[in-house]
Design a protein. Structure first.
Length: 158
């Protein structure tokens, strides 16, 4: 079955909006980052209306990263969690792993080490389903090791 003209236009719109948001992020000023969030919110709405869960979860991940750049990590956590939920509904392992990794990094930056470790470990579990993403495994494992060492240093031996 061929997609309708309206669906094709909406797909183009999502891609066009995504490119506009990426360009705004690349400029990097707070005003541009805020504009990127506005654009991604519209793209997310279109993806949601089309029930395109893969695209919606990717957009949520991008929105979370942008929120971090704006200095709003707590809002980013909420968006990464939404991205994880939507990616899980879509059964899209790559977006799940990205959301979990981003959650881990955000929790780590907030000093929430327990939650960071849980997120990184969950990302590693999802990564088992993504043999093509092996390059990120060592990065996640080194973050886990570093966090565990912090716990070991903070916990005096008996």
């Amino acid at each position: 079955m061929l997609p309708t003209v309206a669906a094709a236009q909406s797909n183009e719109s999502i891609e066009g909006l995504h490119q506009q948001a990426r360009s705004a992020v690349a400029r990097g000023t707070p005003l541009d980052l805020t504009e990127a969030l506005r654009i991604w919110a519209r793209a997310r709405q279109l993806a949601h209306e089309q029930r395109d869960l893969v695209t919606e979860s990717a957009i949520l991940n991008n929105m979370g990263v942008t929120r971090i750049k704006l200095g709003h990590p707590d809002t980013a956590v909420a968006e990464f969690r939404q991205a994880m939920q939507v990616a899980t509904l879509a059964d899209h392992a790559s977006n799940q792993m990205s959301a979990l990794y981003n959650l881990g990094r955000t929790f780590e930056s907030l000093g929430r080490s327990d939650e960071a470790l849980m997120s990184y470990r969950a990302a590693l579990e999802v990564l088992e389903r993504l043999p093509e993403r092996v390059e990120i495994r060592s990065n996640i494992e080194s973050r886990i090791t570093r966090l565990q060492e912090r716990f070991d240093d903070a916990d005096p031996a008996e």
